[in-house]
Design a protein around this ligand. Sequence first.
Ligand code: HBI
Ligand code: FE
Length: 274
Amino acid sequence: MVEDAALAATVSEHIIEQGWAGYQPAQHGIWRQLFERQAKLLPGRACEAYLRGLDKLAIAADGIPDFERLSDLLEADTGWRLVAVPGLVPDDVFFYLLAKRRFPTTNWIRKPAQLDYLQEPDVFHDLFGHVPLLTDPVFADYLQAYGRGGLKALRLGALPKLARLYWYTVEFGLIETPEGLRIYGAGILSSFEESRYCLESRKPNRLPFDLLRIMRTRYRIDDLQDVYFVIESFEQLFEATRPDFTAHYRHLTHQADIHPGELLPGEVALDIAA
Ligand code: HBI
Ligand code: FE
């Protein structure tokens, strides 16, 4: 495909070297601080597949991982590799990379004053938050399918709807397990405050995963979430998003958006154990 070749050329302009040898000791120190804080919090809060992934990839406190070393481990496992990017990349580039099982990973780390709050992704969010779950075979396939769906949504002018699916699953998703509610969303896993709030606060609503409901729900990027959607399994997520979305997008043009904090008539938020 001609367009595909043009896109491939654009993609290569957004990929950079990680520059691992150039990190300063203080930058590895920020990683260590963030890692240790989350590592204490996440057992019993993060889903098992995520915790296993951290272990499998030997992502640890000692410093910012080398993307090449990590990619070799990950590729042997589920075929994904990391590519370094300087920050947010254009939507088409982002989706193209996901569709090729390449995870765009920001190479810089936040400053000491930004330990708790950062609107843009940095290497701690991208790597600590997203990469461990790429060792789960079903989640790994889901993210690739999302990339393919993203390229299609761009052609159909439906990106805002599809972006909500990413937000409420890959970034802020919760999963129900026999042991209780657990986190799988990277935006939560990389956040000290939200990893407790999302499970323990009575304030946000927790609703069962519903694809069309999610695609109607606006989200906020500047604060803790007002609503979380809970999946039963990664298989459920993968299967629910497998069909072509064209008819969904058409249907959604006639549906009003839903405010993040709003409950629709008849909706009941899940109860959390006190
Ligand atoms: N770029 N590096 C990076 N990381 C993202 O999460 C990202 C992006 N570009 C676009 C984008 N996300 C959005 O299109 C998705 O959140 C839907
Ligand atoms: Fe992210």
